[in-house]
Design a protein around this ligand. Sequence first.
Ligand SMILES: *Cc1c(COP(=O)(O)O)cnc(C)c1O
Length: 425
Amino acid sequence: MSTEKLAIHGGPKTIVKPLKRYNSIGIEEVKAAMSVVESGVLSQFLGCWDPDFYGGPKVQEFERACEAYFGVKHAVTVNSWTSGLIAAVGAIGIEPGDEVIVPPWTMCASATAILHWNAIPVFADIEPETFNLDPKSVEDNITPFTRAIMAVDIFGHSCDIETLMEIAKRHKLKVITDSAQSPGVFCNGRMTGTFADVGGYSLNYHKHIHTGEGGILVTNDSYIYERLLLIRNHAEAVVAAKGVDNLANMIGYNFRLGEIESAIGIEQLRKLDGFIGGRQQAAQQLTNGFRELPGLRLPMVKPGCSHAYYIYPMILDIANLGVSRHKICSALESEGVVGLAKGYSNLHVLPMFQKKIAYGSNGFPWSSDICRREVSYAKGICPVAEDLHDSSFMAFEMCLHELNDEEAHLIVKAFKKVWSQISSL
Ligand SMILES: *Cc1c(COP(=O)(O)O)cnc(C)c1O
């Protein structure tokens, strides 16, 4: 045990060199981007019914590569995963006022994508073990107006997708999975994102692989695939010539990914398994080092599942440690540990939901006739998520740092040092 004075009490810092920033981009991506620039074709989309409705060669090559990698019939690239989520909600045929169940522990776009179609997000609580949607809470929140579940594979680990699919089948609901943080992750032999009616991944710079900005939608449903393509690319201008009869949600956007990003994406996808392997190795080092620390619960990986550690989640046993999360994190930060998250997003407490102000200033859609009941976003609707956020959840944001062996070792050392003198905090 270290007897050195804690940095927060004026002792020496454990980590003095800044942690290396995660960078997944290499020479292969440089060459791929250059060759697109040299070709002069940076995009080849046309927003009308034409062979170029499907985009240029790199967009299509990237989509076929994604279909092979994720093991799905169809992949559709988009210019962000936020765009992908909006396209997904529209494509499954959500109507204004329909309710869609979503966890509060996710990035805000999982919920706002629902609002974009004037549908109503309903928050269900999370499981304290995986931080993903709790199927029991989902069932408790189903009403006659529920039409879909927006499941999220948070932090790099699958939600209980098989149970959620079974609930959805019983209640005739559609399912979308937001696997932004979990590409290439397995659950019982299948990849996250591929169980639902539609799923997908983010390609922003702090995700496992990236193209600057971008996203990938995946589905095995050919009808949903067609709707995704249309919403991505000016549906309203295409439907007549394409012979599309169902005009519901055929308001299109420009959600198209460029050729440069697609060319980079092809190279990134080839490296994804390697990146996940590196992340798992670093996480294993943390787990091995943290295991002996009392009052610290480490990430659980469900049998048959893998974890990609976008975030390395932990729970502090505050009652037994007798010290607040704030004090522990301050001590760790003083030792030079960066990328510590204290709590995670509880979306339902955002001003948008607390005040129910989204479109315009008069409470639309909640205040209008399309919203068929009073939906509550009051504090207390998701007690597990709220309690974890308020007092005991702590995480290391692995998405921002590569963590080589030496860095992982230093982080473990800093934790051990703080734990050895925790009663002095
Ligand atoms: C990153 C992320 C998104 C949004 O993806 P963008 O590509 O940044 O639009 C949505 N949901 C979750 C869970 C995310 O982590």
